[in-house]
Structure formats: structure tokens, C-alpha cells
Design a protein around this ligand. Structure first.
Ligand SMILES: O=C(CO)[C@@H](O)[C@H](O)COP(=O)(O)O
Length: 235
């Protein structure tokens, strides 16, 4: 087996496994959320099939597509060698074009996640950024979690909204207006972590607002928190 086939098998395994984290942290209901991962070094990504229950997902069902979201089952290398793999007879997620747009336009991104987690989606429905009023937010998001534009599902308009919003932000999460959170990371696991943290802070800031006005954290302290967490924490 070529190293590309090994890499595809490993990313399929990881992307499949990470969907169990979406249910473990109660970020999704039914089939309403998806994880994808880039195949490093190739114009390829792996994403879950559309409409399959999380409990039934297997690594072999993860769909390999190009970075326009079109399923592909082989590539021809620069040396003329054809490398092929098996794709399932399943459509890729309805959010594939959005994920693919992010990979095309943010080369540093290796994983994308979408959920409809309750509190983050409630903020998205109101079209309001989540203000940075928690040290956990300074750590993970480096500022507020921004709202992206309303966009219809199916083409790359969601992807365009994600990229245009996140390129002006430290945040790995964007709340697409009236829709829900999309998160990015250096790999699929990091994007899942951002989705978990996004829901947690959306809930806490909402609860805090019920009690009064949360206290802001000044910009310099947010920058310091972000720098420590991104460059020192866990090393
Ligand atoms: O956002 C949406 C629809 O609002 C999607 O996330 C789907 O609900 C999940 O679809 P598949 O990944 O199963 O196509």
C-alpha cells in the first residue's frame, strides 16, 4: 500500500472516531453536524457521508473528495503513477462545499467541524458575537467569537463567510448567522476541541448575562492569555 493510501486510511479512522466526540459532548442531534480532515500534502479531504447516524459511521464510509468537494477515488502523481482507493456509494455531507472552501483558502487549516450545539447556535440566531469575558475565551479564542454572514446551505457561500470572518480574528470558531458554529484547527481533533470549547463558553456567557452584565477583560490581558495558551500551555 502506498503512503497516500495509508494516510487516507488514518485520516478516515480519525475523522470517523471524532464524530463520537460530537455526541459525547452533546453538540449534535440526529445527523446535524460534521467533521472533516485534510489529507496533508494533497488536494484532498475526508468528510462524513450525508445523513448517516453517528452510531452507524465506519471509517470506510468517510468520503474522500477533492478541495471542491467532488468525490474522487484516485489521483495520478507527477511521475504518472495512479494511486486509487475505494469510496463508499454515499454522498458527502451537505456542508462539504463549505469545508472544501476553507481548505482551499486557509492552507494552515487541517480540520473543520460544524455543529448545531444549543448555546452557540442560540447566539448565532441572535447574530451577536460572544464577548471575551472569560479567561477560557482568551486562551482558546483570543477575543470574541465572531458572527459570520447568513448564507444558504449547499454551495460554497458558507465557506466564503467562514473565511472572510476568521481571517480578521484569532478565533477558531465562527457563528454563522441563523445557522450555527463552524470551527477550524490545525487538524480535525483541534477543530473538534474548538467546537467543544465554543459551546462551553456560549453557555457560560449566556448564564452570566442572566445574572447581570459580564465584566470585560482588557485587550492586553486577552493577548497575554492567548499567547500563553497557544505557545506554553501543555508543552
Ligand atoms: O447544517 C446542516 C443543515 O442545516 C447540516 O449540518 C446537516 O444537518 C448535516 O448534514 P449532513 O452532514 O448529514 O449532510
Amino acid at each position: 500500500m502506498s503512503s497516500l493510501q495509508d494516510t487516507i486510511a488514518a485520516v478516515r479512522q480519525e475523522v470517523c472516531r471524532l464524530h463520537a466526540e460530537l455526541t459525547r459532548y452533546q453538540l449534535v442531534v440526529w445527523t446535524a453536524g460534521n467533521v472533516s480532515g485534510r489529507i496533508p500534502g494533497h488536494e484532498l479531504m475526508v468528510i462524513k457521508p450525508s445523513g448517516v447516524s453517528y452510531d452507524d459511521l465506519t471509517p470506510e464510509q468517510m468520503v474522500v473528495t477533492d478541495l471542491h468537494g467532488v468525490p474522487v477515488d484516485s489521483i495520478t502523481t507527477g511521475t504518472g503513477q495512479t494511486i486509487s482507493w475505494h469510496n463508499p456509494a454515499l454522498s458527502p455531507s451537505s456542508d462539504t462545499a463549505a469545508h472544501a472552501y476553507v481548505y482551499r483558502n486557509m492552507p494552515e487549516v487541517g480540520g473543520v467541524v460544524h455543529t448545531h450545539s444549543t448555546y452557540a447556535t442560540a447566539w448565532a440566531a441572535r447574530g451577536e458575537d460572544i464577548p471575551c469575558v472569560l479567561t477560557m475565551m482568551g486562551d482558546e479564542f483570543g477575543g470574541p467569537i465572531p458572527v459570520g454572514p447568513f448564507a444558504l446551505i449547499g454551495d460554497d457561500s458558507i465557506g466564503h463567510g467562514i473565511v472572510e470572518t476568521l481571517k480578521h480574528s484569532n478565533s477558531p470558531a465562527v457563528l454563522m448567522q441563523n445557522h450555527g458554529p463552524f470551527t477550524i484547527g490545525k487538524d480535525a481533533r483541534a477543530a473538534v476541541k474548538a467546537a467543544v470549547m465554543c459551546e462551553e463558553v456560549a453557555k457560560t456567557v449566556h448564564v452570566s448575562r442572566q445574572l447581570g452584565e459580564p465584566l470585560p477583560i482588557d485587550e492586553a490581558k486577552i493577548a497575554s492569555l492567548f499567547d500563553r495558551y497557544q505557545n506554553v500551555y501543555g508543552r
